[in-house]
Design a protein around this ligand. Structure first.
Ligand SMILES: Cc1cc2nc3c(=O)[nH]c(=O)nc-3n(C[C@H](O)[C@H](O)[C@H](O)COP(=O)(O)OP(=O)(O)OC[C@H]3O[C@@H](n4cnc5c(N)ncnc54)[C@H](O)[C@@H]3O)c2cc1C
Length: 411
């Protein structure tokens, strides 16, 4: 079973060869600008333009949206996105900028929108021409998402929206937002409805986007204020009061547990980029003098370095279980474990890199004396967001305990 499950079907074999050939001929090469760690920290038009051009060419070549139906702009293939992903990663292509669109909005639109909306929205989402953002979190609604207060009041065929979203990644570039709203104040989960909203078109007339500066100095996310914004009822997904169920489709895919694979690429960062993983950490330790010898030869550091190597390898092996159907006893188990462990391992690896470099580890991007160009320092600061975004580590542990292992609820 396990060996067969890992074999490509004839369609996948042919497609894999096609991807390899296309990537060999069309790799965009080194980016002309310094790119951030992930799509969530895109800050400048130069970064965005370069990444959008890459996403469009990958989509035009059929490497994005492979498993979506042809009539909504997809490739009409079966289980081929993972093949394209693997080949883009192997070719070390740049990352895709429309990550919220591809990972969360596209499956939600596919499962819950009208045919007309799917055909209108998905092709430009896949190509990256329309960047998407996610308007879920609010000042008083994060982990407890069902507490969303931003309110939509019905006026005939329109809804009038008022309220305040926060931590909205990419809203400063987004054309569209997936938006969870309260449409009935007397109910909690059943009082929510789900919309897709063209926020860029409404900037200055019902929508204000205010960038929030992160500790890294990047403007990754934003506050979004709705002030009497009118939207058409045709932009609602599913029925009024069914927003929570639609949001579950989004969250399952955000946490990697949905049915449709998210297009992923190789994460090429810049000319001076380095691997922010255990191998990159080892390379850094070999180059860094601590006292009279490299940090990699210090017994105390060796212990910590090996621990990170082992944890990363264990994570990789655990991820391979996804290819063995008999081990997939619960659809959410691996995805949740992977989100939880990879974000925590990444955080510890980055912290150890800063520790290994000692006092010079405090130097940042732009300082010519900063170890590895200051990128470990930036990774260290960004790593804290990774254990919060898409559900905090505490919340992931609760879900694993309660829903996967069947343990009693904490409250
Ligand atoms: C980099 C980044 C990007 C993001 N992008 C977006 C985006 O694009 N769109 C969007 O809508 N949101 C986004 N978010 C917001 C994110 O979804 C929330 O930050 C997250 O859900 C946590 O909510 P909160 O910040 O309100 O924290 P809270 O929910 O207030 O949690 C505070 C603390 O309490 C703990 N806690 C809460 N409830 C429990 C519980 N039941 N059991 C145990 N511990 C608990 C949490 O683990 C945390 O440590 C982003 C966040 C980050 C960091």
């Amino acid at each position: 079973m396990s060996i067969n499950a890992r074999k490509d079907s004839p369609q996948q074999t042919e497609f894999r060869q096609y991807c390899q050939d296309w990537l060999a001929d069309n790799h965009p090469g080194e980016p002309p600008v310094r790119l951030p760690l992930t799509a969530l920290e895109i800050m400048t038009e130069d970064q965005l333009n370069y990444l959008q051009a890459w996403q469009k060419s990958a989509y035009d070549a059929g490497l994005i949206g492979c498993d979506y139906p042809v009539d909504v702009g997809g490739g009409g293939r079966t289980d081929c996105q993972r093949v394209a992903n693997a080949e883009m990663i192997a070719a070390k292509t740049p990352f895709l900028p429309n990550i919220i669109g591809l990972g969360m909005a596209a499956p939600t639109v596919l499962y819950h929108a009208s045919d007309e909306l799917k055909q209108r929205l998905l092709p430009r989402l896949f190509s990256g021409e329309d960047i998407w953002c996610q308007g879920f979190s609010e000042p008083e609604a994060g982990s407890d998402l069902a507490s969303v207060q931003t309110f939509a009041e019905r006026k005939g065929d329109k809804w009038v929206i008022n309220g305040h979203k926060v931590w909205t990644s990419l809203a400063h570039f987004a054309e569209w937002m997936i938006l969870l709203l309260r449409t009935d104040k007397s109910q909690k989960h059943d009082g929510l409805s789900y919309f897709v909203v063209p926020i860029r078109a409404a900037l200055g007339s019902g929508v204000t986007v205010r960038p929030l500066i992160k500790i890294t100095g990047e403007t990754g996310f934003n506050e979004v204020i709705f002030d009497n914004l009118e939207v058409d009822d045709s932009l609602r997904l599913d029925e009024v009061g069914k927003g929570w169920q639609v949001a579950m489709t989004t969250l399952l895919h955000e946490r990697g547990a949905g049915e449709l694979q998210t297009p992923r690429s190789g994460g090429l960062k810049s000319k001076s980029s380095h691997a922010t993983n255990a191998a990159g950490l080892l390379a850094l330790a070999r180059k860094t003098q601590r006292g009279s010898k490299p940090a990699s030869e210090d017994p105390l550091f060796r212990d910590k370095l090996m621990r990170q190597v082992i944890r990363e390898e264990a994570l990789k092996q655990n991820q391979r279980r996804a290819q063995v159907p008999a081990l997939l006893d619960h659809p959410m188990r691996l995805a949740l474990q992977n989100k939880l462990l990879s974000s925590e391992i990444f955080q510890d690896t980055a912290a150890l890199a800063v520790e290994v470099t000692g006092a010079s580890g405090s130097l940042y991007l732009g300082d010519e004396n900063a170890p590895a160009g200051g990128q470990w320092h930036m990774s260290y600061m960004n790593s804290y967001g990774m254990t919060i975004a898409a559900g905090t580590s505490e919340v992931q542990r609760n879900i694993l305990g309660e829903r996967v292992l069947g343990m009693p609820k904490s409250k």
